[in-house]
Design a protein around this ligand. Structure first.
Ligand SMILES: [Zn+2]
Length: 99
């Protein structure tokens, strides 16, 4: 009879308990830090819609390709305008640069 070594199943039980406790702890912390249950918003691919954020102050434009939480960014201290534009026709040049 050898009683010195701990049976393997006890290690397994200990490991499972440890993982369960750690996992539960993280889930608990995550729930507490979240404050309120929020729906997970999947970022929506809006590149096809040609949505732009346009700064009315300086004219900077950002094209929106993926939209997660709907929040209009600010530029020059002002909220940017949300503009939808028709896609420019490929091959058609607006203006030739230079002379
Ligand atoms: Zn600006």
């Amino acid at each position: 009879m050898v009683l010195a070594s701990v049976p393997v199943w006890q290690w397994l039980v200990a490991a499972v308990l440890f993982l369960a406790i750690v996992g539960g702890g993280f889930a608990f912390l995550k729930g507490v830090s979240g404050g309120r249950p929020t729906e997970k918003i999947e970022p929506e691919d809006v590149a096809e819609l040609d949505v732009f954020f346009v700064c009315s102050e300086c004219g900077t434009e950002f094209q929106v390709t993926r939209l997660g939480e709907i929040q209009v960014p600010r530029h020059c201290g002002e909220p940017m305008n949300v503009v939808r534009r028709p896609r420019p026709v490929p091959g058609e040049q607006l203006r030739k640069e230079g002379e």
